[in-house]
Design a binder for this molecule. Structure first.
Ligand code: 2HA
Ligand code: ZN
Length: 271
């Protein structure tokens, strides 16, 4: 059996977390990533019949029973994943009754998955219905986006409009826009349900005064989505603090939509 430490999925996962840390998005234990693995990927490096322990999920995840996930550990720091994955992340399968995580590897110091697991798994369920190719849910605290939630109106349509105006590529990368949730208590099933309800139709959900949830088919694509939203927020914070004089107009957004054949979110720009 191949060494899990050499598995592409684990190396890429740890490298992504390191990148996010380097960008200043994941201070201390901030952020968490869940990665849906295929059974083939897992079987190459782990004995799937060797369950190390059962960890109760605290909610019903029956829709995902039998599915395998790589998930960051609670209280763990993104900056440490590359150097010591076995203590910081874990691979588990959702039990047949949907009540437990069957740990196959990781959380070696007796730890467990992130406190945000409800939001992650509920989001996976919603995304898989919208796109069977979806494999990643990423939560992080991008600095400029966070700052923007303190100074911009917390309205989904207005927030999306502003972000689309801040960089020409925005409407191309996230034509589905962003959903803005009000501040809610993190780590709860309630914020998980609210996130999942939005993320099915919109891959980017902003948690006001906290951070962002993005979903995608692989780590690069999901990271790129967060990066693009964060860059637009950075331009907004820089430009608005000096005074915005120029804008990408709605007509120009429509030109982009036509050029790239985009199905973009309705209700943001006038038809
Ligand atoms: O895991 O980011 O929202 C740390 C967090 C909680
Ligand atoms: Zn967080």
């Amino acid at each position: 059996m191949a060494n899990i430490l050499e598995a592409k999925f684990l190396k890429e996962y740890c490298a992504t977390a390191a990148n996010m840390y380097r960008l200043g998005w994941d201070e201390r234990n901030g952020g968490n990533i869940s990665y849906l693995l295929t059974e083939e990927e897992v079987k190459e490096v782990l004995d799937v019949n060797n369950v190390l322990r059962l960890i109760p999920l605290g909610f019903d995840a029956k829709e995902l029973s039998g599915r395998y996930f790589l998930v960051s550990g609670t209280g763990k720091y993104f900056k440490n994943f590359v150097g010591d994955p076995e203590n910081n992340v874990g691979v588990f399968r959702i039990s047949a009754d949907g009540q437990n995580a069957e740990l196959l590897w990781g959380y070696k110091d007796g730890g467990r998955f992130t406190s945000e697991l409800p939001a992650h798994l509920m989001s996976h369920i919603a995304r898989l219905k919208a796109d069977p190719q979806n494999r990643v849910v990423m939560h992080t605290h991008p600095t400029n986006l966070l700052a923007m939630t303190y100074v911009h109106e917390l309205d989904t349509n207005k927030f999306t409009h502003t972000l689309w105006e801040m960089n020409t590529e925005c409407i191309v990368v996230f034509p589905d826009g962003v959903e803005v949730l009000p501040w809610m208590l993190c780590g709860t099933n309630e914020i998980g349900e609210a996130t999942a309800e939005k993320i099915g139709s919109c891959r980017t959900v902003i948690w006001s005064m906290h951070g962002i949830y993005c979903a995608g088919k692989d780590l690069d694509e999901t990271f790129g989505l967060v990066e693009t939203v964060e860059k637009a927020a950075q331009v907004y914070m820089m430009a608005s603090s000096v005074g915005i004089k120029n804008r990408i107009t709605e007509d120009q957004l429509k030109q982009l939509a036509k050029r790239f054949n985009l199905t973009y979110r309705k209700g943001i720009i006038a038809e």
